[in-house]
Design a binder for this molecule. Structure first.
Ligand SMILES: [Zn+2]
Length: 180
């Protein structure tokens, strides 16, 4: 992995997250800050989605265990294979689908893995997205719950053309309906 490039791109994504948090209000900003300081919970992930004009950014932060199934250094061939498959799935963006009518496509992505204390690790992935018909972006469906069975819920903060809202997604409620 190209660490320098990843770090540089990530700081751009982070500034959008921070901006979104500020616009979402003090309570959420506090929650986000808490998150950044390493609130690492297995089963839970957080996601930020920002749509501005026809450009969007989707950022997922999750304990590695939610996606990979474990957080220690992969040692056996089976572990290495599982880790590689799951990380490729995460980076491909195959785990979310934007409403088809909006005609969106992923224009870029960044990925970062951060090893925490006592064998815990976090994953960060962000996608830059372009939509030809952004007004038709009514929802985003997440298949990540079936692709990563250890994931139980995703806390979502989103900002669509200046309108902010929050949502909680789970396997039973895996479609984010954007309030427009
Ligand atoms: Zn952990």
């Amino acid at each position: 992995m190209n660490t320098n490039r990843s770090k540089k791109c990530w700081s751009g994504a982070l500034s959008i997250v921070v901006m979104a948090s500020m616009m979402l209000g003090a309570g959420l900003a506090q929650a986000q800050q808490h998150n950044e300081h390493g609130a690492h919970q297995h089963g839970k992930a957080s996601l930020t989605f920002v749509l501005d004009g026809n450009e969007a950014e989707l950022v997922l932060t999750t304990a590695a265990a939610n996606i990979v199934g474990f957080e220690h250094k992969a040692s056996t061939d089976a572990e290495k294979q599982q880790q590689q498959q799951q990380l490729e799935m995460l980076k491909s963006g195959s785990w979310f689908a934007l409403a088809e009518a909006a005609n969106c496509s992923i224009s870029g992505h960044n990925f970062r893995e951060e090893q925490g204390e006592a064998n815990h690790a976090d994953l960060y992935v962000d996608f830059q997205i372009l939509c030809q018909a952004p007004l038709k972006l009514s929802d985003i469906s997440f298949s990540l719950f079936s692709q990563s069975p250890a994931l139980e819920s995703i806390d979502v903060q989103y900002l669509v053309n200046g309108e902010a809202a929050v949502a909680e997604l789970s396997a039973k409620n895996a479609v984010l309906k954007l309030i427009r």
